[in-house]
Each structure stands twice: as C-alpha cells, then as structure tokens.
Ligand binder design. Sequence first.
Ligand code: ZN
Length: 413
Amino acid sequence: MEFDLLLRRARLADAAPDGLVDIGVKGGVIAAIAPELGQDAGEVLDVAGGFVSPGFVETHIHLDKSCIIDRCGCAPGRNPHRAMERVAAVKSTFTVEDVNARARGTLERAISHGTTIMRTHCEVDPGVGLRGFHGVRALVDAYKWAIDLQICVMPQEGLLDSPGTEALMVEALRTGATVIGAAPNYDRDRHGQIRRIFELAQEFDVDIDMHLDSGTDPNDLDALLVCELTEQIGWQGRVAFGHGTKIASATPEHQDRIGRRMAEAGVSLAVLPATDLFLMGRDQDHDIRRGVVDAHRLMAQGALCNISTNNVQNPFTPFGDAQLIRMANLYCNVIQRGDAQELRQAWDMFTTNSAKVLRRKDYGIAVGNPADLVVVDAPTPVDAIRSISPVLAGFKRGRRSFTRQRAELHPPG
Ligand SMILES: [Zn+2]
C-alpha cells in the first residue's frame, strides 16, 4: 500500500478554491502533496474541498488548575476579585488523582478542537507541592497518540517570598518539566525573581516562559529587563512571556518601540485575551479598559506573537473550552481587527507563530513533516475565524485522533 492515510481534495491555507490537493501520509509523516495521488491507502478521507490545516499549537494553558470554578466561586458584580488568592485557598486540597482527572478533561477538549502540540504551565509551591505536576505529567505519555505535551514549571505564588518553592521547581525540572516559568508580580522583588529564573534556565538549559506585565503602567515594563537578560545569556528565540497588558496602555509609538525591542532580543509574547478581559479594569466601575495587547502592532515591528487559552473555568477565567479558533475570534473582535489580511495573520498566531515559540522545526504541511493535520469546517482560515468554525477531524502523526459530526438540520417532511 502506497500510503497509510490519504486526505483527498484538501484546500490548504492561501490556496485558490480550485487548487485542491491530496495529502499522502506514510509512517506518520507527510509523504506526498499533489493534485491526484490515487486511492491506494489504508484510510482514505475525501474532504471535498474542505480546509486542511496543520494541527493547532497552544503555548500557554494551565491544565493543573482548570475546571475548579465550582470550588472557588467568582466575586459577583464588580467586587475585588483576587483570582490568585481564590485558587490558593483550595490548592491544598488538590490530589494527584483530582488534578489528573480535571487536566485530562481539559486536554481532551483541546484535542477535540484541533490542538496537537501544547505547553502547559504547572505551578509548584509548598501548598500544592508536586501534586499538580505529577497529575499533569502522567498525561504526557498517556496522550502521546493525540498531542505533544510539554510542561513549564512555575512559581504562581512567588519564588523569593515563598520558601521551599525553588526546591520544588528544581525537582520538577529534574523529573519531567522542560521549560521554566515565572510570576514576578507575586514577589515583592519582581526583578529578583526574574533574575533567579534566568539563572535556573541557564543551569538546566531550558527555555523560559513567564507571566509578565499584567497591569496598566507602560513605563514599568518587566519585559525590558527580560529582553536585556535574554541577550546577556544568549537565549534569543528561547524566551516567551504571556499577558503584557501594560503594553496595551502605551501610546502607539511606544508600542512600536516595545515591538522592535522584542524582535531585536528574540522575546515573544502570548496574548491571553480571555483572562485579560476578565481581570483587567477591576479598578473601574464604567468605561472599563480592555487590557488586551494589539499584537498585530507588535508583529508589524517584527516581534513574534501568538494567541493562547491560558485559564479554563477557574477564578482567572470562569469560561473556556480550550478552543483556539474561538480565542482568535475573541482577540480580533476586542482589538478591532476584522480585515481579511488581519484575520489571516491571526490564524498564524495559533499555528505557525506558536510553533516558532516552541521552536518546532518540523511544523506545517510539507513533505517530511509529521502528519499533524486537522480538517476545518470552513473554506479558509479567514472564514474559520469569522464564524468560529468547528474542526471536523484531527490526525496525529497520520493516525486519526478525533472526529466531530457536522450538525444536521431536520426540516419537517
Ligand atoms: Zn497563565
């Protein structure tokens, strides 16, 4: 048999409506892309002009604390919310089994919405110990058939002001975490935490992915120190940060300078619109600021930016289904970018750009790459974002990982 899998009449992003191709997969790898590859395959799926994309890439999600909103609750109305404290209050009750079950549910949702590569941030501190980490780590192997899952260990409740946390981070780095994170807003000495994380990253030779610059003062950016340290230790292309809402409060010219600085230092930004929209502007009672960075502006200056989910159904974001197309729709709506070209760029923000953040050299629909493919129920990336189109089927290394049925109407008679 020539192929294990054959996707027939696929439309790739940016292809003309009549420029359909067949994608042949052999041994988990894309073996051929051509207009007519015959029928000689183990599984043949005729997508009939449907849009086929590389699987989606999530770089910033918290599986360990997903789906706990029923335990933590939410402050009603515009009362002070204190998301971190609400999670911290229940974290000591987490067991490995509990984390594993919740994380599994969220991971399966992500898979069913087309995600094939994921970085999950996982917190350790004396309250939860390594239970969150162990609950998530067990999923790395268990779900290899559908997703490449990597763990970024982070000190959500502070590092310097939280004795015992660093030892837990080191233990996680020795036993399966492959990326190091940070949350400097939760230490009194923010820069001290950032510097210590860079030291640990060097010691363990791991990439860095920080929670940075949530707030409103664009003249108080930790991202600038991060750019400086990235250059100092030669980590260009290996450092990412999420949120950066302070950048949204900067003037356009200031934003451009920040974008150029990020590009120069090889530091990328993950926009996390769901959490930022839910948490920002809590000091206001009307005309509430959005606090979502216009990453398109930073990308125009050469910075690498992507979109991610962040929190799912916890006090940081009481909503969510780990659906990246929906997140791109939300982001574009909030930053008021609806032009086709802008939406096309937003598609890259959870595919190509996210893959670059994770330094995947084998990503995309090309001969020789792993056959991580999804069939989207829309003709183009732009249509998919406009209408939050469902993903109908996914393949991980050429093996089908999920199927979603199209809705069917039943008119009378
Ligand atoms: Zn986060």
